[in-house]
Design a protein around this ligand. Sequence first.
Ligand SMILES: [Zn+2]
Length: 295
Amino acid sequence: MEDGIVKAISGDGTIRAVIATTTNLVAEARRRHGLSYTATAALGRALTGAALVASVVAKRGQVTMKFQGNGPLGKVVVDASPKGTVRGYVENPQVELPLNSLGNFDVGGAIGNTGYLHVTVDHGFGLPCSSTVELSSGEVGEDINRYLVNSEQAGSVVILGTHLSAKGVEAAGGLIVQLLPDHTEDTICKIENNITTFGTFTFLMRRGMSLDDILRRVLQGFEVQPLTDIEPLSFSCKCTRERFIEALKVLDKQDLLAMAEEEGQAEGRCHFCNATYQVGRDRLLDLADGYGQGG
Ligand SMILES: [Zn+2]
């Protein structure tokens, strides 16, 4: 199944949902960063969550989420745009923990249950809007839910999952369901029942259910009106060699000359996608001279 995201509303206008499948982009993140199983589960949930939150809160621009907990994984940083691009990294990609008492990857233990989730929404104009909530469990879904309840003042449900085996990432995806202002007790009752009997997102995917099938499953009892087509999602980074060179231009002349003479090159690595860029000695000397063009 291709990675995709779709938004929908219930026919009675009481419930909104956004749902995504992210298997390929999580596998891509795992490959690029050489992630452990635990780190894949954690970053997979965070990447999926970022794609969903971007779809909920930003019409354009981007959403950045930083999980800063007290666990061994260190910080987890992801960003996503409503255009369907997602990227992210974890500070310590090789950290591996034993399975938790439920037999799942211990994402909460890896991120930690004490700390903060920082969310920045940049609409592409005006000042970015930042907010911070305390981590509730470090399990990612609950933490994102706390942010949504705080920032959107509306009840919501966040379900995220990454299923991994020795073969790699077999399924990843998630959904956010939000109560809209016109909801009733009946709406809450129906949606709670659907969530209680939902099982796990990746289990439904592995049973061959499509995005649309899973959407109808979680909104069972409601008439489902898609608000968008299924739009593609991918792991995509904005870094380029030109941007790396631009970043070098803030160094002063002596540092550039020292780099050229002592190292023979400058090398940079993008945190988000792990791409590396090299700039050779001649180009560094050009930059030191303030030409900025050539080699
Ligand atoms: Zn990059």
